[in-house]
Design a protein around this ligand. Structure first.
Ligand code: ZN
Length: 115
């Protein structure tokens, strides 16, 4: 979380370690479940707002097929779009909740240890 880019190979594969500070992203087993949780929460919020906006702009007609099709499309496509962001956002949250320990990042980045 030093701000380095180029963290993914393709859309879905996070590199094992940050190319700049050497942080290992999968800090513990099950790390990915946090990213899954973030992705699910954000996707549900987006789906909710899409539903509310669809309801408002079509009221009082409420065309079920277009609204449902849009909701299904958002439900499928948004989590795919958001996947890499969920990984890096969860890593930032994880570092905030479980601060870095000595040796987790390259020596020049160890000033993060007390944040
Ligand atoms: Zn880094």
């Amino acid at each position: 979380m030093c701000g380095a880019g180029d963290l993914f190979r393709g859309w879905f594969t996070l590199v094992e370690r940050c190319p700049r500070c050497s942080l290992r992203f999968e800090r513990i087993d099950g790390h990915a479940s946090g990213a899954l949780g973030i992705n699910t929460i954000v996707s549900v919020v987006v789906l909710f707002f899409v539903g509310v906006v669809g309801f408002i702009i079509t009221f009082p007609e409420l065309p079920l097929v277009p609204l449902t099709s849009t909701a299904v499309g958002v439900s499928v496509l948004f989590p795919i779009f958001f996947y890499p962001f969920s990984k890096t956002i969860w890593t930032a949250i994880d570092i905030r909740l479980r601060p870095l320990e000595p040796g987790e990042v390259a020596p020049g980045y160890s000033d993060w240890l007390d944040r």
